[in-house]
Each structure stands twice: as structure tokens, then as C-alpha cells.
Ligand binder design. Structure first.
Ligand code: NOJ
Length: 758
């Protein structure tokens, strides 16, 4: 396994390297070990850890729990603070973040393993969120593909590139459930649904880690931010969180549990508090749930300075107090604060912290290092030649293009205006984002560079070489006094207008909450002028969050949700515009009617006075806006149409150990072959606690040829209906259930069954 990169680099011809590389991509399929082999390997690791621990001084142990930032993702590590270099040499640093490049990481790794007494290699962590050099669509966009294999592959390629550049640990996947689109970080996750979010979390973990962490192309993953960060009050970044234990368990924890079950190596604690206790010091979350109930044996890193921020929250009087609370709460590694580095050994010597807690944390950290194979070869990821071969490898770019087109969601297609004919004579491309390279990468672009991005304009030009394509910016995303003349003139002389509308990339992501999630600036005003020209107008939405777009949804005849799609954005969008790819994406977050509706999500609990047609005034509603979103969870159109029929249950009663088959037919009634995401939801009609009005329980993404019919079957069993009951035990309760199957969370066919637990 270790010599794979050597074999690869020794192959003389590009074709041979490519062939070999395709085999490497398939590697995780072959490396699956038997349970016995795995157990032996793990026992061996535990013995080695015992030996190491018995030789380490208290200070050396604490050193493993320290992570410093090289602050050098661009400029190189040796610009790092000299004191840090001394710390590395004396074994006082377990991990660095923000140091990139095979040569840079090799240099620092050398300092650790050649100078420190215990010769323990370091972990190099980085935010590799949706690609390293080849940038994939933002995670929320990828989630809209409902293609778990493609999502896993995207993470795999990110890992292949990042590991070739010295990184052995990514701070991803972000698995926070997000229901408030004001929060900028919704772009980093999979959306509002815990069931789907769990599947995506597991797929991303598998992608980053593969089946065997010790291969040269696997990196440790980190499920973050544990936990409840998605519920920041008012959607304001870094704000406090006040949710019940039930909501924490029902909604926010499931994707973390799924990540743990998929073997994730690490978790990151979040900035927020839960039940008044900072997540970084929260023993209910870290010790009781994570390390207790879920038997997680990897380690927990704090988020950036969350230990230090306890002082600002007012829950610790100084860094020493904060370090004491964090280790007791269950945080194993301190990101960036230095609170462990400077206080932990003293706390142990004073008898305030039990050394056993330190031993446990170090054991967890060493375990990950052993599993990564770093003790066998600390430089396994430091090969500059391999790095050159891997970054922006053509196979990666092809995968990024495919992922990008799968992520696009067709929101409206009046008069079947799309796909456009490749024979169109002249196209006007309008909007700031259409000609932007950097913005297409979205927030968190690791080592991605704008110069490697295909813009929307370039993609369109390349797709239709015999068409005249003209560009006019027309209106900057946030411009308040734009001049529209060029854009209107361009529209008037063209046959079709393609206009980008939305946000730019730094209006989403970390520290990018927005209090108003409607379309910024004057973009809609320009659209209204373009529509008046009478030319067909296609709107491409560029954004990292659901936006409140009631007017756009009404006025624009055609809307494609194109997010920020990464390095291959332009090519992917052109593939969809000209029908080379039939869009199949579906939203995983509701698009509100107005900012005042958020948080808004399809799986809300019922009220005692739900709105019904013709209901009176004394119901749960707004006086000025509807309750419904503009586009619901699961929504997305295709160039073809699908007809659902014959929903049948094979029985109407389910026993404790039994199951029910739910079948139906889906016919492609249009002219194009197309993929449909068939969605299965249930509702528990009477339960010991208030339950959601609908919950996703399954989906199938199927390709159906024009005119053909697919027969779909789902199987539900009692365990799929379990939830945290009144006494917080996790089980299904007997009674009546509704089943919904449909093309989105609103348009569904319904049936009923009874769960009988006797
Ligand atoms: C803070 C962010 O919250 C977290 O997601 C990220 O991994 C760290 N900074 C490190 O960059």
C-alpha cells in the first residue's frame, strides 16, 4: 500500500499512469479487511499506544493535545512563529493546521520526528471542504444531487489531492442541520433534514477516509460542529443556541451519530453552548453521548479558540480554568488557544485534573496517528512529485464537472424554454457572476485558484462555438447604482438572454450571516428591464443559501439554481443549458417566501391550529405572507415530466419485527430521458410527543427513459419509525401512520398503515 505512489511515479507513460490511477481510485473496494484482521490490527495498535504512553512525560502527553496554526496556507510554514518551531522540536505540538504543500509539511514533520524525544509524527489539518485544488460544488449544492455515490467520490478526490499535498486530516464534513438560511454556513452542510443529512455525512466520511486510513490517499475526517451550531439564534453567526435536549437528539445529533457509525476519526466541538454549557466543555455531548452511548474511539478537537472564548462567554475566569473545563468536558485537542499547552500539566500536578483524562485523550490522538500509518511512514503524504501529478488531474476535473451538473436544480421552465438549441445565433450573457472566476469556487476553496475556474461565460462559449456570445455585466451583485444600458442593448440584439442573479461567495460561509435573504442590490430591477425586451430570459441563481425570491419565482420564466459550482461551473451549467445533461437535482432546504418565515423546514411539528383552506383568523399563520415556502424541500424539475401512480402497500398492518413494502409506478411522460428522485415520507398520527408532519424515510434516484415506466418499491420496518418518546427512550410507538410518496415533500400520493407492537 505504501509503495503505491512510488509505483505510480515510476510508470513512464501518461496513459499507464492514468490507468494505474483509475485503479487507485477504486482502491477502497479492495482493501476491505476481514473482521479478524481488523481486530488484530487494532489490538496491535493499542499495545503500541500502551508502550508509548508508558514512556511519555506528562508534558509530552500534553504536547500531543496541542494544535497550532501555521498561518501559512499560502506563504509556507517557515514563516510560522519561531517559538512554534521550537515547540515542534521538543514534541510539544501534536498537530498543525494551515500548513500546506508536500515540501512544507515534510519540513515540519522532519522537525517533529527527528528532534523530539518520542519521535511522534504530527497531524496536518486543513479545511478541505469541497475540494483541495480541483474545487467541487459547495456541499449544499452537492447534497441537491441526491447522489450519495457521487458525493462520496467528490470527497475521495478531495482526499487524493489534499493527501498528495501533505494534508492528512480534513476539518470536514460539516454535518450541522441547518434550517435558518440567514446563517451563512448553511452552504457547508447537507440542508434541513436529519435523515438525508445522516446519509450524506456517512458518504462524505467514507469518501475522505476510504476503508483503510493507512493508504496514501486516505485522510482522517472530522465531523463538525458538535453540536447544535446550526441553531444559532436568529441565524446570526457565533450566536448562542437554546434548544431542548429532545430537539438536540431528534434533529442535530443524528448526522454525527451516522458519521461515527461510518468510522469518522475525529469530531470538532462547536462554538455554541448547549444547556448553558459550552460545547467544548459539555460532558453530556462529549462524554455521555459521543464517547459513551456511541462508543466513539477517535478524538475531539475544539473549534478555533473555543477554549479561550469561554472567558468571553463568562464561564471561565482564565485560560487555566477553561482548560480544566474543556478536558473534563471531553475535548482532547486544543485548536489554537494554547490553553492546554500552558496549563494542563500544571492542572494535573496540582491534582485538579486526573492524569487519566490526559492519558485517554492522548490515546485517542495516537490511535488516529497509528491508523493513518504515520508511525510507519511520517512522510507518506509528503511527495512533491505526486502532488504535481494529482492537483487538477484531468480525471478530477471531469468528476467535478459531473458533480456540478448533478447539483443544479431546475426551479422553473415556463414554456419548456430549456434546453436551448445549440443553433441559437446570438446569446447575451449578463451579470457579474457570469464572468467571475473566484466567486464560482464558493466559500472554503482550500488551495483552489480562480485561474483554474471555467466561468459561466467561458462555459457557454465553449459549448456553442458557432453561436455569437456577447457579455455585459449590467449589474454588480451588490451594486446600488448600476448602469443598465449595455445589458439592455446586448439583450435587444440577441436571441436569448442568460442572466446571473444572486449573491457572491463571501456573502455565505463562515461569519456571513445575512439579516435579509432576498436578492441583494438592483439585480431584479435589471431583470425587469430585460424581460421587457421580450427576449427569452434564463435566470441562473448563484448563491450559497436558500433565498427569499417570491417575485423572481413569479416573474422569471426560467430559473436554474446553480449555486457556486466550483472549478467546472461554466462547463456544467452549459451542459444543462444546452441539454447535454437533463437536470435532476432537488432542493434539500426550503426556499422561503420571505426572510420572516425562517427558520422554515418541511418536517416541522404540527400546531394545535394548523392552517387549512378557508380556515378562520384564529390559526397559525401570518397576516402578510403565506406559511408555505416558495420552493419546498425535495423540489426540482426536469426537462421531462413524471407521472406517479398505483401507490400500494402490501399490507396495512406492520408487526414489531415485520415490514411493509410500498410500491408505485413512475412514468416518464415527456420527450427526454431523465432521472427522478422518488421520495418516501411518513407521519406518525398519534404519539406520546408532538411529531413532525412529515419525515423523509427513503428515496430512490432512478433513470427513466422517455415513455418508459419504473416500478419502485420501498420497504419500511418498525425501526424506521423509532423516535425519542416521552421518556426519551428511542423506539417506535404503536398506532396509525401515513405514508407519502412523491416528487417533492409537498406533491405526494398518500396511504395509511397501522403499527402493531403486540
Ligand atoms: C473555524 C471554523 O468554525 C471551523 O469550521 C474550521 O474548521 C476552523 N475555523 C479551522 O479553520
Amino acid at each position: 500500500m505504501k509503495s503505491l505512489s512510488k509505483i505510480f511515479l515510476s510508470l513512464p507513460k501518461v496513459e499507464l499512469r492514468r490507468g494505474f490511477y483509475i485503479l487507485i481510485l477504486m482502491l477502497p473496494l479492495w482493501t476491505t479487511k476481514s473482521v479478524a484482521q481488523e481486530t488484530n490490527k487494532n489490538m496491535d495498535i493499542e499495545k503500541k499506544i500502551d508502550q508509548l504512553l508508558s514512556k511519555m512525560t506528562l508534558e509530552e502527553k500534553v504536547g500531543q493535545m496541542v494544535q497550532f496554526s501555521g498561518n501559512s496556507a499560502i506563504t509556507g510554514p517557515l514563516k510560522a512563529v519561531p517559538r512554534q518551531l521550537e515547540d515542534i522540536k521538543s514534541g510539544m505540538v501534536g498537530s498543525m493546521l494551515n500548513v500546506v504543500g508536500a515540501e512544507n509539511t515534510r519540513e515540519l514533520q522532519k522537525l517533529a520526528v527527528e528532534n523530539s524525544r518520542m519521535k511522534i509524527p504530527m497531524l496536518f489539518g486543513l479545511d478541505v471542504i469541497h475540494g483541495y485544488k480541483t474545487i467541487f460544488p459547495i456541499p449544499l449544492a452537492e447534497a441537491a444531487s441526491w447522489d450519495l455515490e457521487a458525493i462520496e467520490n467528490s470527497a475521495r478526490i478531495a482526499a487524493i489531492e489534499a493527501t498528495s499535498a501533505g494534508i492528512n486530516w480534513t476539518f470536514a464534513p460539516m454535518v450541522d442541520i441547518a434550517r435558518d438560511a440567514r446563517w451563512g454556513r448553511v452552504m457547508e452542510g447537507a440542508g434541513e433534514d436529519p435523515y438525508y443529512g445522516s446519509l450524506v455525512a456517512a458518504a462524505r466520511v467514507r469518501g475522505f477516509q476510504g476503508d483503510d486510513l493507512s493508504t496514501v490517499i486516505s485522510m482522517a475526517a472530522c465531523a463538525k460542529h458538535f453540536a447544535g451550531y446550526g441553531a444559532v439564534e436568529a441565524g446570526r453567526e457565533y450566536n448562542y443556541v437554546d434548544i431542548s435536549r429532545r430537539v438536540m437528539n431528534d434533529v442535530y445529533l443524528p448526522p454525527f451519530k451516522a458519521a461515527v457509525e461510518a468510522g469518522v476519526s475525529t469530531l470538532m466541538s462547536s462554538f455554541n453552548e448547549f444547556e448553558g454549557v459550552l460545547a467544548t466543555a459539555n460532558s453530556y455531548l462529549l462524554r455521555e453521548k459521543l464517547k459513551g452511548d456511541w462508543a466513539f474511539n477517535g478524538f475531539v478537537v475544539s473549534d478555533w479558540n473555543t477554549i479561550g472564548e469561554m472567558l468571553i462567554h463568562g464561564t471561565a475566569k482564565d485560560n487555566k480554568d477553561a482548560a480544566c473545563q474543556a478536558i473534563e468536558g471531553g475535548t482532547d485537542m486544543d485548536m489554537a488557544t494554547g490553553a492546554y499547552r500552558h496549563n494542563l500539566a500544571e492542572l494535573v500536578k496540582e491534582g485538579k485534573v486526573d492524569e487519566k483524562l490526559v492519558d485517554d485523550a492522548v490515546r485517542r490522538i495516537l490511535r488516529v496517528k497509528f491508523k493513518l500509518g504515520l508511525f510507519d511512514n511520517p512522510y507518506k503524504n509528503c511527495n512533491a512529485e505526486l502532488e504535481k501529478e494529482m492537483l487538477l488531474n484531468p480525471l478530477h476535473l471531469a468528476a467535478a464537472r459531473d458533480m456540478a451538473r448533478k447539483s443544479i436544480v431546475l426551479l422553473k421552465n415556463e414554456g419548456q424554454m430549456l434546453p436551448l438549441s445549440a443553433d441559437v445565433k446570438k446569446i447575451a450573457v449578463i451579470g457579474e457572476m457570469a464572468n467571475s472566476k473566484d466567486h464560482m469556487m464558493g466559500f472554503w476553496s482550500a488551495q483552489g485558484e480562480g485561474k483554474d475556474v471555467v466561468t459561466i461565460l467561458e462555459g457557454i462559449k465553449a459549448a456553442v462555438p458557432s453561436t455569437e456570445v456577447i457579455y455585459a455585466k449590467g449589474c454588480g451583485v451588490n451594486e446600488e447604482k448600476p448602469v443598465y444600458d449595455d445589458a439592455i442593448a446586448a439583450a435587444l440584439e440577441s436571441d436569448v438572454v442568460v442572466m446571473t442573479i444572486g449573491e457572491n461567495r463571501i456573502q455565505t460561509g463562515e461569519a456571513s450571516s445575512r439579516g435579509d435573504i432576498s436578492i441583494p442590490g438592483k439585480q431584479e430591477e435589471l431583470l425587469s428591464y430585460l424581460l421587457k425586451t421580450g427576449k427569452p430570459v434564463v435566470v441562473l441563481l448563484t448563491n450559497g443559501r436558500p433565498m427569499a425570491i417570491p417575485n423572481l419565482a413569479k416573474n422569471a420564466p426560467v430559473i436554474l439554481e446553480t449555486w457556486f459550482l466550483g472549478s467546472q461551473a461554466g462547463n456544467a451549467i452549459a451542459d444543462v443549458l444546452f441539454g447535454k445533461y437533463n437536470p435532476s437535482g432537488k432542493l434539500t432546504m426550503s426556499f422561503p417566501y420571505a426572510t420572516g418565515q425562517v427558520p422554515i423546514y418541511y418536517n416541522h411539528r404540527n400546531t394545535g391550529r394548523p392552517e387549512k383552506p378557508n380556515s378562520s383568523r384564529w390559526i397559525s399563520h401570518y397576516l402578510d405572507i403565506p406559511n408555505e415556502p416558495v420552493f419546498p424541500f425535495g423540489f426540482g424539475l426536469s426537462y421531462t415530466t413524471f407521472e406517479y401512480s398505483d401507490l400500494k402497500l402490501d399490507k396495512t398492518t406492520m408487526d414489531r419485527n415485520g415490514s411493509i413494502n410500498i410500491s408505485l409506478s413512475v412514468k416518464n411522460t415527456g420527450k427526454y430521458d431523465g432521472e427522478e428522485v422518488v421520495q418516501l415520507y411518513t407521519r406518525d398520527l398519534v404519539a406520546s410527543v408532538v411529531r413532525p408532519v412529515k419525515e423523509l424515510k427513503g428515496f430512490k434516484k432512478v433513470m427513466i427513459k422517455a415513455g418508459e415506466t419504473a416500478d419502485i418499491t420501498f420497504t419500511l420496518s418498525a425501526k424506521d419509525l423509532a423516535f425519542f418518546t416521552k421518556d426519551m427512550s428511542f423506539k417506535a410507538e404503536p398506532g396509525d401512520f401515513k405514508v407519502f410518496v412523491g416528487t417533492n415533500s409537498v406533491d405526494c400520493k398518500e396511504a395509511e398503515f397501522t403499527l402493531n407492537l403486540r
